[in-house]
Write a protein that binds this ligand. Structure first.
Ligand SMILES: [Zn+2]
Length: 276
């Protein structure tokens, strides 16, 4: 048994006659056309990444049944309660105040795409003064948020912003975007079975997602409009961000990591609020 190996494929063919599998030796010759094909493939993949992904994500969202989205809310809330949240210790009057603002904001916000907006209170000191929305429309407000910001205008601004994340389906978009990479890797590894269960129903999946800057900006715009339409001072959202970004303690750090705040954002909110 011996092997013969050479880079000089043309020379070898002249010497030995064309190999049986001619197409193979043809491939080994460095064709300019091959480079062109490779470049085209690369560009194609880039194009799919840039435009196709958005289309895929929109398609996946349209195909996602509302009942699945609701169970994501239930699953995430249960995971939160297991991991770091306790029942609220807010006074009845504090809860009442937030509930009133919520009802008011809810009627002026864009429609909830997967059911209804619902409000949950939790004592979750680990995440400081915080509020976040689950994809199905469940909005969680922490005790620390209400203790720190008793101004209904600020609560309205924060809730308007969170409901906008729901109506624009931001967390589902982020989830499907990050999932598409996961699915691609899993496809190559040959195991796609438990992905949906693991990713969609496992509480940690959503918690680790941060909204993109683009999503934050769009939630700010819609939030400002909603809170103005509901009769609140829409500039209060800027005040909220100013207070949080002026702090260096634990309070608000979690909010800052999922809701990148900067002076540009505060300026934009003030400008938007003034235009209402
Ligand atoms: Zn946000």
């Amino acid at each position: 048994m011996w092997t013969f190996d050479t880079d000089d494929v043309k020379g070898a063919d002249l010497l030995l006659g064309p190999a049986d599998d001619n197409w193979l030796s043809n491939l080994e010759i460095w064709h300019p056309r091959l480079i062109a094909v490779l470049v085209m493939c690369g560009l194609g993949i880039l194009a799919i990444w840039k435009w196709g992904l958005g289309i895929l994500v929109a398609g996946a969202i349209a195909l996602t049944p509302a009942v699945l989205v609701s169970s994501m809310d239930t699953g995430n809330l249960a995971a939160m309660d297991r991991l770091f949240a306790d029942p609220t210790e807010l006074s009845q009057s504090d809860q009442e105040m937030v509930r009133d603002v919520f009802e008011n904001i809810k009627t002026h916000a864009p429609r909830a795409p997967f059911g209804a907006y619902t409000l949950e209170f939790r004592k979750a000191d680990k995440i400081g003064p915080n509020a976040f929305a689950l994809p199905g429309g469940t909005v969680v407000v922490t005790d620390a948020l209400v203790e720190k910001f008793s101004d209904p205008d600020i609560i309205a601004g924060v809730l308007g912003h969170e409901l906008a994340h729901v109506s624009e389906r931001h967390s589902l978009r982020q989830l499907y975007r990050s999932m598409s990479i996961y699915v691609l890797v899993a496809l190559m590894a040959g195991d796609v079975g438990p992905i949906l269960e693991d990713v969609l129903l496992e509480g940690s999946a959503l918690a680790s997602l941060a909204y993109s800057r683009e999503h934050e900006a769009s939630a700010d715009i819609i939030g400002v409009k909603t809170s103005h339409a509901a009769g609140y001072d829409a500039a209060a959202l800027a005040e909220f961000f100013e207070t949080l970004s002026g702090e260096h303690g634990d309070g608000g750090s979690e909010w800052r990591s999922t809701h990148p705040s900067n002076s540009d954002r505060i300026t934009t909110i003030k400008k938007l609020a003034a235009e209402q």
